[in-house]
Design a protein around this ligand. Sequence first.
Ligand code: SF4
Ligand code: SF4
Length: 284
Amino acid sequence: MISISHLEWHVAHACNFTCENCCHFSNHGHSVPVTYEEIEQWYDSWAHRIAPKTIDILGGEPLLNKRICDIVELTRKKWDKPSLERLDITTNGVLLNRYPDLPKVLADNNCGLKISKHGTNAEYNELWKGIEATALDWIDKYGINVDFWKSDVIWYKMYKGFGSTMEPYEDNDPQQSWDNCITGQDCWQIHENNLYKCAPLAYLPMTAKTYKLSSKWDPYLKYQALTPDCTDEELQEFFNRKAESFCAMCPKNPKILHRKNDPRLSRKHYEQIPLEVVHEEQIR
Ligand code: SF4
Ligand code: SF4
């Protein structure tokens, strides 16, 4: 059994938001479903080999998976080891009220919520007030552990442009990009029953199926995930890897992006912005 700090996976690739520069590329209109049965297969492949201290069930928007309550129960059952300190769903919170049974399921399975705030505009702030009120009610009635994440304040730019105009960074310094990795260096993903170094490398190929991406992404689309038939030595080596050539796609000095846009803008909005004016004025 290999101990690691964190592990996560999408239970839905789709998202009801289009947050600018989402590092899971979930703002790019992914719609491939993730089924309960697939997730169970992933757990059977990996839960007896990896002991993460924390697990995030996320997406996309995880509450777009209608079996979210069953998934929470399954996750607690399959990954329940003394080493697991926290199990959470990371969500934008919009759909919390769609699941009246969810707060009890969370409480019964010691699963928390990380609810991320994604904008600063007035209309979205109104929506946020409702999300916050629901979460506070669940804390009060069910004792659920809820963290509010200020993703509207701290948000890093990981690529330039959007869709077919999207480009990787070209700082050509994978070591420094890794040293300043915006995903925190332990964003390992299970995706399609394989292990990926991070969310950007896991979900880039899906983005390439939706948009004709610049050839500048070609080296990064060659990333090979670790498959369940790997040896224990290969698994340990995978988690020991630090900077890799693939890290060159990320900025060596990530900049904070001011998030003035409503996270519900259409993809068309971003598709129409030429790369050369990609909100450079919003970066500091
Ligand atoms: S809410 Fe925003 S940041 Fe989160 S997955 Fe959806 S698009 Fe990405
Ligand atoms: S490619 Fe490397 S630097 Fe970029 S997000 Fe992944 S692990 Fe971090």
